[in-house]
Write a protein that binds this ligand. Structure first.
Ligand code: ADE
Length: 834
């Protein structure tokens, strides 16, 4: 009877009273199938010899398990000598007469590995040497990593290697309508578990994870993003559109990305004016009211010289000289020289943009006719600033020397330099001086003056730029900054003298002189490369671990220097903890050993809940190891891809808050990461995100995303701020740009920034002002923060402390996360339609 009191069939033997027992039971032939190693699970009961009287010499408490490999499935005669012993099997639990009486079943389960098996199949055999046994069941099985779908790739059933420490590398095949991004791979472990997912497939253009894009939507890049609504002024009628077509009258220039709205040529320039003196004619105008939705606005100037009859005009560009030139002007002004003194010139200014050539309509122009006969009122002399206060500027100028008619008054035109295009103000004065008031403190203004006589207005004087003074607070601040700058520059001149002799305290101070201002109570990071002897840096910032405290359990990945493993670390008096262990493989040179340990010397200086914690290093024995806390969910990018759509916005913002807090800590310490990206963030089982991958130049060597720039630097282009790409200006502000990209990666569940665009196209689009659009389901507040991080001017980007407090406010007030970018967009589409 089994434990549920149901009858079962067993093989039994119980010749415990007779000596020299040798009883055999043999299985049928068992096909090996795909297995190389098989497992045999035996369930049996065994009688305790002590509980049987008079059997002390003859009763046994073990039996033997054997196997024999053959290719033939039938007709093999049983010859015990051909059999190989697998093991002697003993019971953990044996039963007594009393147990029998109480109907207690003491069932034993034992598993043995058999292999490698090379023939087509095998027999199992059991040898009894005098025990009292009942064999209840024999289960023979092998382990395989089962067919699976991961990251849109399928992986076939795979049998592990016999050698349990090596993994089988398996390449996945992309599912229909998906294509390879990085070769999708999984590793099949000895226990039949799939490990270390690498690479992935992504949905082809025109497809999202379940469907083709609907009409009105498109998907231009392969990737696991959703189809997007057609950009403004474009449409798609059919399904699975890779791009949306432009509405009539709107166009897409050759280099415009498919995500960009369709645009049209600009309207004509406005407010065309001239300013004439003996040798120079200045033409000025305001930009068109409609730029067509583009930023690549330029102007062309054409000239006609007309005789007394206005219809008898001839082209005159070749007679005159235009500075900087007649075509492709980017500023709304041009200077004309070499003109005749008594002529009528008609100038036509046309505005153009990147799609002007695509439109068949004539280009709208602004026209002005200039007579170089200067009979009218004359220009005033140079404009001088007499004084300035925070809200006023006093100007004066010389009266025109000869005026045929009396001067009625002067008109002073002025505007804020930064807002040239928005509006201007004017004031009149009879005297050749004026106090312009109502101005903003510490702001640049542009002024020009013209004279009015009975014959009309003169042309405007050239423009003069003057600044109002700052208020007191501003003055104090700028003085402090000035003083700080002064002392920094004195330090930096002599810093190379003492670099080699510095203590770590000196080095901390040196960082400070390099531009980092330490915070009271916060340590400053010391660059381990400033040590003459790198071993000293390792010694100072890391703890040596005795390798006997480390137990390596499995390989979880491969780094540039060797395997990355998971395992356990014992510390006397403390609870054993899970750790990740990076190893340095043998055959390294000293330089590689230092490159490997540099990361530990950096990590060892940090102590923050959002920075990966260094437990210690092994340097006194081989292999050299770096031991860090174990992060159960691995790197953030693959974690998010595996859990696409699984988290609430608050959870995602919580992850971003953690990363920002870690980065705030690093920037407060004066450490610039240079390779902040979701792939370099690790996630633990509580979804806490921690910044990892330190090592300055080395991290970039390691990072598969880092590409060589034209100046020879190796940089992860998609994550890097423009000034760092162009002239290697890395700073906490460039880290803030990368943080914006990480925000985008998080909100899009691990999508690749800028999808399939080439690095070159990414650089050009950023330069032209293109920025990543909000991912699906992204709250407006978060996309606004991303855009803030991607400001071209690095000083305008938020500091990490601002980012942390902003995210904290969102978390405290979750309703601020409700407006989604797509909701706002569709509402504005409805408004437009109405
Ligand atoms: N891979 C690299 N470092 C790791 C860590 N600390 N935990 C888990 N996986 C890792």
């Amino acid at each position: 009877m089994d434990e549920h009191n149901r009858p079962i069939h067993t093989f039994q033997v119980c010749n415990v009273m007779e000596p020299n027992q040798n009883n055999w039971l043999r299985s049928n032939w068992i096909s090996r199938q795909a297995a190389q190693k098989v497992y045999v699970e035996l369930r049996f009961t065994l009688r305790d010899c002590n509980s049987i009287p008079w059997v002390s010499g003859t009763c046994k408490e073990t039996f033997n398990l054997f196997y024999h490999e053959t290719d033939e499935a039938h007709g093999v005669k049983f010859r015990p000598a051909q059999y190989t012993k697998i093991d002697t099997i003993a019971a953990d639990e044996s039963f007594t007469q009393m147990d029998l009486g109480d109907r207690i079943l003491k069932l034993n389960t034992e598993v043995r590995e058999v292999g490698p098996i090379n023939r087509k199949g095998f027999y199992l055999a059991f040898q009894d040497i005098g025990a009292c046994i009942a064999l209840v069941s024999v289960r023979v099985y092998y382990k395989k990593c089962p067919f699976t779908l991961r990251n849109l790739a399928s992986f076939p059933d795979t049998v592990p290697r016999v050698d349990s420490s090596s993994l089988v590398e398996v390449r996945g095949a992309c599912v229909d309508h998906a294509e390879e991004r990085d070769t999708p791979k999984l590793f099949c472990g000895a226990d039949g578990d799939w490990l270390v997912p690498l690479g992935r497939c992504v949905c082809s253009v025109g497809y999202e994870e379940i469907d083709a894009c609907r009409p009105g939507f498109y998907k231009a890049y392969a990737g696991n993003i959703k189809c997007s609504k057609c950009p403004p002024h474009s449409f798609s009628y059919g399904e699975a559109s890779a791009i949306c077509r432009c509405e009539k009258g709107f166009f897409r220039a050759e280099k415009d990305p498919p995500t960009m709205a369709c645009t049209r040529p600009p309207s004509r320039p406005r407010n065309l004016m001239f300013n004439l003196n003996d040798t120079c004619l200045l033409l000025e105008w305001s930009p068109p009211s409609d730029t067509g939705g583009r930023r690549d606005l330029t102007y062309n100037v054409q000239c006609k010289r007309c005789g007394p009859e206005p219809d008898r005009c001839q082209q005159c560009e070749d007679e005159l000289r235009f500075l900087p030139g007649p075509l492709g002007l980017t500023n709304a002004t041009v200077t004309v020289v070499d003109f005749s003194a008594h002529a009528n010139y008609t100038f036509e200014i046309e505005s153009l943009n990147g799609v002007s050539d695509m439109s068949s309509f004539p280009r709208p122009v602004a026209i002005i006719t200039v007579s170089t006969d200067q009979g009218g009122p004359s220009l005033v002399g140079a404009l001088k600033k007499d004084w300035a206060s925070p809200n006023s500027i006093a100007l004066s100028w010389q009266q025109p020397e000869q005026t045929t008619l009396p001067i009625i008054d002067y008109e002073v035109k002025y505007y804020e330099k930064e807002h040239e295009l928005l509006s201007y103000s004017s004031t009149r004065t009879k005297a050749p001086s004026v106090i312009v008031s109502g101005l903003k403190p510490a702001t640049w203004y542009v002024f020009s003056v013209r004279t009015r006589t009975a014959a009309g207005y003169s042309s405007y004087s050239p423009k003069y730029e003057y600044e109002t003074t700052g208020d007191c607070k501003y003055l104090r601040q700028s003085k402090v900054l000035f003083l700080l700058n002064q002392s920094f520059s004195v330090f930096s001149r002599c810093q190379w003298y003492f670099k080699a002799k510095m203590t770590s305290e000196d080095k901390r101070r040196a960082n400070y002189q390099n531009g980092h201002v330490p915070y009271p109570g916060i340590k400053t990071y010391v660059d381990p490369d400033t040590y003459e002897d790198p071993t000293q840096a390792v010694h100072e910032f890391t703890k040596e671990i005795d390798p006997s405290r480390i137990r390596i359990e499995r390989v979880i990945g491969a780094g540039e220097f060797g395997e990355v493993c998971s395992g356990r670390l014992r510390t006397p008096g403390k609870k054993e903890i899970a750790v990740a262990i990076k190893t340095l493989k043998g055959g390294y040179v000293e330089r590689q050993r230092w490159d490997f340990l540099r990361e530990a010397s950096i990590m060892g200086q940090f102590d923050h809940p959002n920075i990966i914690r260094l437990e210690g290093v092994v340097t006194k024995s081989r292999p050299v190891m770096i031991v860090v806390e174990y992060m159960e969910n691995g790197s953030l990018d693959s974690f998010l891809r595996q859990h696409d759509g699984h988290f609430t916005v608050i959870q995602l913002v919580g992850m971003l808050r953690g990363i920002a807090s870690g980065m705030k800590y690093l920037s407060d310490m004066g450490y610039v990461h240079r390779d902040l990206a979701a792939r370099n963030i690790l996630v633990n089982s509580n979804l806490v995100c921690k910044v990892s991958d330190f090592g300055l130049s080395r991290v970039l060597e390691d990072d598969p995303e880092a590409a060589y720039t034209t100046t020879g630097g190796k940089i992860p282009i998609r994550w890097t701020a423009p000034e760092a790409i162009s002239y290697r200006k890395f700073s906490s502000a460039s880290d803030a740009w990368s943080y914006g990209i990480v925000m985008w990666e998080v909100m899009s569940y691990g999508e690749r920034p800028y999808w399939e665009m080439s690095n070159q196209d990414v650089i050009l689009s950023i330069e032209e002002g293109y920025r990543l659009p909000a991912p699906m389901g992204c709250p407006v507040a978060l996309h606004q923060l991303m855009l803030h991080c991607w400001q071209k001017e690095r000083n305008h980007r938020p500091k990490f402390t601002d980012i942390v407090s902003f995210l904290d406010k969102l978390i405290r007030n979750p309703s601020s996360l409700l407006p989604l970018v797509e909701d706002i967009q569709s509402q504005s589409d409805i408004n437009l339609a109405q």
